[in-house]
Write a new protein. Sequence first.
Length: 238
Amino acid sequence: MLGYFFALKQRQLYIILLLFLLGKQVTAQDITAVVKAKEIVIGLGSSHYSGDLGSGYGSGQIMGSIGLAINENKRLNSHIILQAGAIRANELDYSYDDGTGTNTTPNESFNTAYSSLNFALHLNLIDRDKFKLYLSQGIGFIRYTPKDENGKALSDQSTTRALGETYRNMSIMIPSQLGFKYYLPNGYAVGVQTGFANSLTDYLDNISQWGKKDGNDNIFITQIQLNIPIQFDAHENN
């Protein structure tokens, strides 16, 4: 029920945002943006976890982002992005057999808040005045805090992991995204971006050695974005 509420709120925000931008487009009839040298990028969407608990990419949790786009070249440009969001999953009666006959008691659920700071290069696959299709490859850091159903940090609960197993709550992250944006006559742009945030850690869910899947935990992210020009040249149509 809570997930449905968040999804409904997100749809409402999307509709309001699009209506606002369409209104801006109508009132900006005589201005055509030529160069959008720098832009503030604001995103709102959802993040989906894949790891040792649950199956596949589970129910989405709300996430947001803000960043700076530096568009100095036609094909290859740079972005700096700050993101914050949450992921969660549960698998009742989850257990792990380590072959020693020891009764393992990993956590069966988790709720992780995360934040990340990334630098990314955007390659414009299609570059037109009105729209752009791009591939984004970045690298950065992610900070995460897995918690149990009572809001207590799982990293402090050693009985939920193998004996002597500890981890840090920060890791390198490699986000790979595909995006599309459409420019309005006033220089603003709306778009959609989606892809994977490949974390180089297996502890987003607090489980590694007692996990059922090989490899690190990952996050699938999809969001709508608003690009706001903060430096651009324009000319008036005669």
